[in-house]
Write a protein that binds this ligand. Structure first.
Ligand SMILES: Nc1ncnc2c1ncn2[C@@H]1O[C@H](COP(=O)(O)OP(=O)(O)OP(=O)(O)O)[C@@H](O)[C@H]1O
Length: 692
């Protein structure tokens, strides 16, 4: 089919032909009326909140009602910087009478008679806005997209799918959106979600996904929008058990944490992976030790160490009943222990079950010998009695997870018993190479220890679960971290996002199958994303030269962006040149990231201060300055209009996976990348020098 060029209003109103200008004016009036309607919806909700607060009833019910209404009011708040809708659908069968038009926006807006004025982007009808094409129009005759600025409509683009028109990636509105300067935290992409992204966003809750996508292909955006979509579609279930979004560090979480609230979703928990275990981290492991502690084999060692605490009974258990005594011998007690073990409880539940069953046996003894049922009081006091507790402490002792790990890391015999056949002698020595604190309470736990403690805690008691978990930058997760996530996944519904080429931890995945196995979803669909929305082609081409060196099987990302610039400059004084570059970038609009090898950050900071330039730290992206100084190890997931990247060879040299780190560093720029170096470049970046 020959595609006619779609009708478009251009990006400003002044150059719009008369007919389109009139249509734009009509759309603006519609937007104003939708805003009024939203205001009235909010006023009604506020009134209900006032009334709700005065309603009697029990405290819990009124608290729930207050909570629900407060959230409803918050969800109905209008964002003045974005229009209420960004699209319009005209359905094919209704085009003659013009009645079936749907505006697609960030949330439902209805008039007083409950007629829809704007449909939520997640509603089933809205799906066609993202997916319809001339080949598969999904009932759509005309799709209209709106461009906007500061909350006002500034342009529109029509595609007559019924006439074979399709703008696709050439849409001016899409291009404007991806090329806009980045200011402040990450924004939602609801207006321009692409069909292959939409397919992931709308995947059912029962489906777990593993998305392998190159830098800037929208993985983080897809994960967050999927969470928002699932909240909408399975509201009750997700609000009950919750949604967890996990990222690699606080800086990235802070950068993305506004997206869900801006979409009206206030209930997702967003944390960095290190915040998952409830353990204060104060210590640091040597890299070899950390890698070993993150190894999946540690799960077997810990499992064995914990369950080896359950031992055969040595003594009989005797309890009084009036003046009589009732006893269970070791063999009878061991039979009960066996029964409980067979029921595969958690460690803590097993102890409780053992207590209950042993006392039940004693109760039956009483019944048969005294021909009477002991009272409820006898049952309760016997359950808590010293002989029963002493028996449990000997046979199924309580243990704090920290205590168990401390024992393992400090007592060679304990470790040897638990690690036999699993860890080599050398590895066992490595695990005990740090001088332990005298008691477990004084131990300075490392981040890796925290996940070991979490593993034990998960064997002792099931942790709080979530209906859905989104794991970003998942290529960096260790086996033990994956397991920590898996045990919090109530139904196993996961969105796993990452890029093997950006793996920088010593335990980073080399294949998704391993990661998904540790996450408990070995069969999850692996979906590639390869269209980049952040990094301009010229920059992507440079970064892609590193990929063959990484020895990984990943598809290369291509960029939708053909703007932007790249300069690679050899300079005498990298720090001084960086200050100059930042100064001139500060004269332009947009954010600037000065990304330096970690060892150079102090020098850079001192030079910027001496030059009178102010900047944010990488973990404070909400800071007031356009310039942020980013150690290379914190660059992951972030983006800046201009990136000034220093000393690539040093970035490579400072870590085991330095090449992967450099790949991350080189793919942070939205528009311009300036690479400054004095040391020779890593060979992969040396030639061809055409881009210089
Ligand atoms: N469909 C889209 N429309 C507009 N912008 C988009 C779209 N998809 C992604 N983007 C933008 O592209 C940028 C990169 O997206 P995102 O950070 O989600 O990518 P990523 O794959 O997670 O990147 P990385 O691998 O570097 O972490 C963001 O600014 C995001 O808003």
């Amino acid at each position: 089919m020959d595609a006619a060029p779609p009708r478009s209003s251009g990006s400003t109103t002044s150059d719009i032909p008369g007919e389109l200008a009139e249509e734009l004016a009509a759309e603006r009036r519609y937007l104003a009326s939708a805003r009024d309607a939203l205001r009235r919806m909010r006023e009604r909700a506020e009134k209900m909140l006032d009334v709700g607060a005065g309603v009697g009833g029990d405290a819990y019910a009124s608290e729930r009602l207050g909570f629900t209404l407060t959230r409803r009011v918050a969800q109905l708040s209008d964002q003045s910087d974005v229009p209420l809708f960004f699209g319009r659908l005209e359905l094919a069968d209704a085009i003659d009478d013009g009645s079936t038009r749907y505006y697609v926006g960030r949330r439902h807006v209805t008039d007083e008679e409950s007629h829809p004025l704007v449909l939520d982007w997640r509603a089933p009808v809205s799906r066609a806005f993202y997916r319809a094409s001339p080949r598969e129009p999904l009932g759509v005759a005309v799709r209209r997209r709106f461009g906007s600025s500061g909350g006002a409509l500034t342009s529109l683009e029509d595609e007559h799918l019924d006439r074979g028109e399709e703008t696709g990636a050439a849409s001016r509105i899409l291009t404007d959106e991806i090329e806009r300067p980045r200011v402040g935290p990450m924004r939602d992409i609801v207006a321009t979600i692409q069909p292959e992204q939409d397919e992931l966003v709308r995947a059912d809750l029962s489906v777990s996904l593993c998305v392998q996508g190159g830098p800037g292909t929208g993985k983080t955006a897809v994960g967050l929008h999927r969470a928002a979509y699932l909240f909408y579609t399975h509201r009750q279930r997700l609000e009950r058990a919750g949604v967890l979004v996990v990222g690699p560090n606080r800086a990235l979480i802070q950068y993305v944490s506004n997206v869900l609230p801006a979409l009206g979703e206030l209930d997702a928990e967003q944390i960095s992976i290190d915040e998952l275990p409830a353990v204060a981290v104060q210590g640091v492991d040597e890299p070899d030790v950390a890698a070993l502690k993150h190894d999946a084999r540690m799960a077997s060692v810990l499992h064995r160490a914990l369950w080896s605490l359950v031992v055969p009974a040595r003594e009989p258990l005797t309890v009084p009943y009036g003046s009589a005594r009732h006893t269970l011998g070791p063999a009878a007690l061991d039979r009960v222990v066996e029964e409980v073990l067979e029921s595969a409880p958690t460690y803590a539940a097993g102890r409780d079950r053992l207590r209950a069953r042993v006392v039940a046996r004693l109760q039956r003894q009483v019944e048969s010998r005294h021909a009477e049922a002991p009272s409820e009081t006898w049952f309760r006091s016997t359950s808590r009695s010293r002989p029963v507790t002493r028996f449990l402490d000997a046979v199924w002792p309580t243990v704090a997870p920290e205590q168990l790990l401390h024992r393992l890391l400090s007592d060679p015999a304990v470790l040897a018993a638990a690690a036999e056949g699993v860890l080599t002698d050398e590895e066992q020595r490595l695990l005990q190479s740090r001088v332990p604190a005298r008691t477990y309470r004084r131990e300075r736990w490392s981040s890796a220890d925290a996940f070991l403690i979490d593993e034990v805690a998960g064997l002792v008691e099931r942790p709080r679960g979530y209906s859905h978990i989104v794991a970003d930058e998942a290529q960096d997760l260790s086996a033990m971290q994956c397991r920590a996530l898996a045990r919090r996944s109530v139904h196993g519904s996961l969105t796993v996002l990452g890029d093997l080429a950006q793996g920088t931890t010593p335990w980073a995945a080399r294949s998704w199958h391993d990661t998904m196995t540790h996450l408990g979803r070995p069969d999850a669909a692996l979906v590639p994303l390869t269209t980049g929305f952040r990094v301009p082609s010229v920059v992507m081409d440079l970064a892609n030269r590193l990929v063959p060196e990484l020895g990984l099987d990943v598809p290369l990302a291509t960029s939708l962006r053909h703007d932007g610039s790249l300069r690679v400059c050899r300079v005498h004084d990298v720090v001084a040149a960086a200050v100059d570059e930042c100064r001139s970038a500060l004269a332009r609009e947009g954010s600037i990231g000065l990304v330096a090898p970690d060892s150079l950050v102090d020098d850079v900071a001192a030079a910027l201060a001496a030059a009178g330039l102010a900047w944010n730290h990488a973990d404070d992206l909400a800071g007031e300055h356009p310039l942020t100084v980013v150690p290379a190890t914190l660059a992951k997931g972030l983006e800046f209009d201009t990136v000034v990247a220093l000393e690539p060879a040093r970035v490579v040299a400072e870590e085991r996976r330095g090449l992967n780190r450099l790949y991350v560093v080189l793919t942070r720029a939205v528009s311009d990348l300036v690479v400054l170096h004095r040391d020779p470049l890593p060979p992969a970046l040396e030639e061809p020098a055409a881009a210089r």
